[in-house]
Design a protein around this ligand. Structure first.
Ligand SMILES: *Cc1c(COP(=O)(O)O)cnc(C)c1O
Length: 386
């Protein structure tokens, strides 16, 4: 039998993608040029937001969101322990304080009831914002979070890195795409190779708020503007002003070309992810492993396909022996040595920690072949059902 080597996630680069990059390399702009504009417009249209700002990576996107919302030293912001550390770190970049709240045990996303408990057991004004994460591609109920945030005067940054193309149906029966800006001030995406769209590195902020959009454009390029409407004075065509302290968080034009080319396949790839999930669901139904709960009206974008098993380490090792490189998402952020120094400790969030002790992400990417998936299913069941 052919030796397998199956990762948990993988980019898909076509000849059309290669062509798009080559064309841009041969054109006039290497860093931010016309492809950035095109990609931002197409991406905003894809998620259904008014504005989009392309950035060098998802972490830079989170940092600028925290800056645009004016996170100050000591400001308290709530997020989930079950995410990539960057979701929390953006608060720290601005000197703010990260406060974690536990997850829902069956969907693995931030538990709104735990957030409500936190808000109601502290004086009004204690917290500034919430960073919910569409974990694994499962959309957070942002309509409910918006209502809660409004009651307490908080902003929301939706970390939608896992969920381009995911959506939930709100109480008015309307499909709300992840990152469309209806219920959150800002949303962020990543174009790291394991994500739905792979630009090598890359990120995006989407929003419907024009003032935040203008601020983000400036923060992306050192805090500099050339916009005549915003200048304090104008010495001529060359003139620019640095009005605030920003960064160089630009994306290159050839990365934007690569991402834009992949965006054309986003819907087709989503269907493939859903088909892969369905096949896993059917193969694992009634077996000795637990699946993520999928609520009616919540359309998972399936960045990850997560199972929970009792002997997770055993299964992880067994799959590796067979060339299947499953992964664990994530080590809870509050148990990281860096965050432990702020007083967080193992035992603080039982649901997150229980999830972490049993979770495993199985291979999930559009080019996973049917034969490869059969092999993964066979090996998983061989181990769990023995
Ligand atoms: C990938 C990821 C990020 C960070 O994105 P980068 O582009 O790698 O900086 C942030 N949050 C979540 C949930 C992610 O999965």
């Amino acid at each position: 039998m052919k030796k397998h080597s199956i990762p948990y996630g993988k980019q898909d680069i076509t000849t059309a993608d290669e062509q798009a990059v080559l064309e841009t390399l041969r054109a006039d702009f290497l860093t931010q040029g016309p492809k950035i504009d095109e990609f931002e417009k197409a991406f905003a249209e894809y998620v259904g937001s008014k504005y989009a700002v392309a950035l060098s990576n998802g972490t830079a996107a989170l940092h600028l969101c925290a800056m645009a919302l004016d996170v100050q030293p000591g400001d308290k912001v709530i997020t989930t322990p079950i995410t990539f550390s960057a979701s929390a770190n953006c608060v720290r970049y601005c000197g703010g304080e990260v406060v974690f709240a536990d997850i829902e045990p069956e969907t693995f996303v931030l538990d709104i009831n735990k957030v409500r408990e936190l808000l109601e057991s502290n004086p009004k004004g204690t917290f500034k914002g919430i960073i919910p994460v569409d974990f694994s591609g499962y959309p957070v109920d942002l309509e409910a979070f918006r209502k809660l945030a409004d009651e307490h005067g908080l902003w929301i940054i939706e970390d939608a890195c896992h969920a381009p193309g995911g959506y939930f149906v709100d109480s008015k029966g309307k499909e709300q795409r992840c990152g469309n800006g209806t219920y959150a001030e800002l949303a962020i995406f990543s174009f790291h190779p394991v994500k739905h769209i792979a630009a090598g590195e890359g990120g995006m902020i989407t929003t419907n708020d024009e003032a935040l959009y203008q601020k983000l454009l400036m923060l992306r390029t050192h805090g500099i503007t050339k916009n005549p409407d915003l200048l304090e004075k104008n010495d001529g065509g060359w003139y620019y002003e640095m009005q605030t302290l920003g960064y160089n968080y630009r994306l290159t034009d050839f990365q934007a070309a690569l991402a834009l080319s992949q965006l054309q396949r986003a819907d087709a790839n989503m269907l493939k992810r859903k088909a892969i999930a369905k096949k896993y669901d059917e193969a694992f139904a009634g077996k000795k492993l637990k699946l993520q709960f999928q609520a009616e009206g919540f359309s998972n974008a399936y960045h990850l396909y997560v199972i929970r098993v009792e002997n997770r380490k055993g299964l992880y090792d067994y799959l590796r022996e067979n060339g299947i490189y499953a992964q664990v998402h994530y080590v809870p952020v509050h148990t990281m040595p860096y965050y432990k120094a702020f007083g967080w400790k193992a035992g603080d969030f039982p649901k997150s920690e229980d999830y972490y002790s049993r979770c495993l992400s199985l291979p999930m990417y559009p080019t996973l072949t049917s034969e490869e998936q059969d092999f993964v299913i066979e090996k998983v069941l061989e181990f769990t059902e023995k």
